[in-house]
Write a protein that binds this ligand. Structure first.
Ligand code: ARG
Length: 584
């Protein structure tokens, strides 16, 4: 149980004694105080309850403060109109921090109700550029999956790659004319992209070629063996190329069920929606329209244009008879419910697809789907000019190049300060820091905010960066290299006296309160920012409190604080998909 939960439980007992019923008690909560000057935790219970009971909030606060059993745990104060503030006693922090030493989970509880959660993330489109938008999805999705797993949920990760779509008409057309065999073996993603661009450019110039590409697509969709073979090879080669990037990022998937896996189901999906009346024909296409249940402002199937409300249908079969992205997403939901027994599906996809998901989820609700469907949206990565990040030639930057640039930047800073000896060690460290820097920058921002991609800043050892945290970890660990062979640490009878010690213990104990809230609104940045704060309190402690030069209980306490800081930094970064080096 976290401190917040414990205090809440105590406060609720006092609320019962004061004569309130279960419903009222349910409204009592204790949260971390926004400002430490007012204590560690606070509750507005007295104000909330006084209202309904026609009582004076300050008086009720006095009564509750008197009746809450916090001896040995915290001191209570009343502030303002009736806030209850809790200041946790150093001895209580010492006891809790000491207990973490023997706790593998470092104070993070398991969820009471484990759910089966499908996390749909990364999902680049085959033979099209995998760009920085996919990097955000990959990093955020991976972190959320790791956190959910650690909290005890059953997590299924699925890379819903775009392996079926109009781009294949163009790629097949170019494949038949322009394929460079050597290039496709060496770098499949780059060669496929080149083919796509060649065809794309040709289509723009010449309508006859556009028509040829369309015919290649139709032949593929009709299952012509030659085109099917080329498509299969494209998918296989792309997957090889993508796996290399994922290996680099240390991101893995339980499944790669791309759009094409659902082809067989699409006709059935459309038929059943027609039959149930959820969809109907319109101008040769099959569409889902509003059912009128929601207010127009909230109805994803209505849109305001030219001063009036108009239909904004979701097309599930095009007028040429072809199925689309939406059709396969409907089929995918059914598959995930049947096959995985999903209680929730999280779609980590950029915010420009918000309307698609609103329509998809509204239709699912109409079809009686019970699972929680969440669109975990995110914003844009900006260049230093404040506009969406682009390469010098104006293209969207490729993920692999972005990673290479980050590793290069990391190498430059590592050259300056690294204590490592060999070139191989330096290479390895540069790769680790470069990738970590990209991931941490992503995860330390709120997912909806746009951020500027500034390599130098990301790899700096000072600042809100991965290297700053990794460096803090290395610092903690280096202390223990100096005392190898000493008796093992124990967490009993710690004494916290200096402010810096107390504050560091407070931060360590908060780890268990921080990890679960990441899932409340899909915000890994809460964990990332917690880790920065932890590291900052460690640095202040390190400045103020000599560790190896102290002795007795003081020394032991400080060593335990160092050890726990290292463990929590490693674990917390691990939950974000970031590794720590032992030296740097
Ligand atoms: N391939 C899509 C894109 O790059 C993302 C797919 C997301 N997942 C889904 N089930 N729609 O835009």
């Amino acid at each position: 149980m976290t401190l917040a939960q414990l205090l809440e439980e105590r406060l609720r007992s006092a609320v019962r004694e004061a004569g309130f019923d279960d419903e009222a008690r349910g409204r009592v909560s204790v949260t971390q105080a926004a400002d430490l000057r007012f204590g560690d935790y606070q509750s507005n219970a007295a104000m909330v309850l006084a209202k309904g009971a026609g009582r004076n909030p300050r008086e009720l606060a006095e009564e509750l403060a008197g009746a809450t059993a916090v001896d040995g745990l915290a001191e209570m104060e009343i502030a303002g109109p009736g806030f209850l503030n809790f200041r946790v006693l150093p001895a209580a922090f010492a006891e809790r921090a000491g207990a973490l030493l023997g706790d593998e989970r470092l104070g993070v509880g398991l969820v009471e109700e484990a759910r089966t959660i499908v996390v749909d993330f990364s999902a680049p489109n085959i033979a099209k550029p995998m760009h920085v938008g996919h990097i955000r999805s990959t990093i955020i999705g991976d972190a959320l999956a790791r956190v959910a797993r650690f909290l005890g949920h059953r997590v299924v990760t699925d890379n819903h790659v775009g392996d079926w779509g109009t781009q294949f008409g163009m790629v097949i057309w170019a494949w038949k004319r322009e394929l460079d065999r050597a290039a496709i073996e060496a770098d499949p993603l780059a060669e496929l992209l080149r083919l796509y661009r060649v065809a794309n450019a040709a289509c723009k110039k010449d309508d006859a070629i556009r028509e040829e590409c369309r015919e290649e697509l139709v032949r593929l969709q009709q299952g012509e063996p030659g085109n099917l073979e080329i498509w299969e090879e494209c998918v296989r080669l792309s997957r090889n190329g993508l796996e290399k990037i994922y290996d680099r990022l240390k991101v893995g998937f339980d499944h790669w069920l791309g759009e094409s896996c659902y082809n067989e189901r699409l006709a059935g999906v459309v038929d059943s929606l027609l039959e149930s009346g959820q969809a109907r024909e319109s101008q040769g296409a099959v569409c889902v329209f509003s059912d009128g249940a929601a207010r127009e402002e909230q109805d994803p199937f209505r849109i305001r244009k030219d001063g009036e409300w108009q239909d904004n249908p979701m097309i599930i079969r095009k007028s040429d008879g072809g199925f689309n992205y939406s059709t396969s997403d409907v089929a995918t939901i059914d598959y995930r419910l049947e096959t995985f027994g999903a209680d929730a599906i999280w779609y980590v996809v950029d915010h420009r697809q918000t309307l698609h998901f609103r329509q998809l989820f509204a239709l699912a609700a109409r079809r009686g789907v019970q699972a929680d469907l969440n669109h975990v949206a995110f914003g844009t990565i900006l260049g230093k000019d404040g506009k969406p990040l682009k390469t010098r030639s104006g293209d969207l930057p490729q993920l692999d190049d972005v990673l290479d640039d980050a590793v290069e930047a990391a190498r430059r800073t590592a050259e300056e300060r690294s204590r490592l000896e060999t070139a191989a060690e330096k290479d390895e460290l540069a790769e680790l820091i470069g990738i970590s820097a990209v991931k941490f920058t992503e995860l330390s921002h709120h997912r909806m905010s746009d951020y500027v991609f500034d390599l130098e800043k990301m790899v700096a050892t000072e600042g809100d960066t991965a290297p700053y945290l990794q460096n803090s970890y290395v610092r903690c660990r280096s202390i223990f290299r100096k005392i190898e062979g000493e008796a093992a640490l124990t967490g009993e009878d710690l004494v916290l006296e200096a402010d810096a010690e107390i504050h560091l213990a407070r931060m360590l104990v908060r780890f268990g309160e921080t990890v679960p809230v990441v899932l409340d609104d899909f915000r890994p940045n809460l964990l990332a920012n917690y880790l920065l704060e932890l590291a900052r309190s460690y640095h202040s402690f390190y400045e103020a409190c000599p560790v190896l030069k102290s002795d007795g209980a003081v020394r032991r306490t400080r060593l335990v604080l160092c050890e726990l800081t290292a463990r929590i930094l490693r674990k917390g970064l691990g939950l974000l998909g970031i590794e720590v080096p032992e030296r740097m």
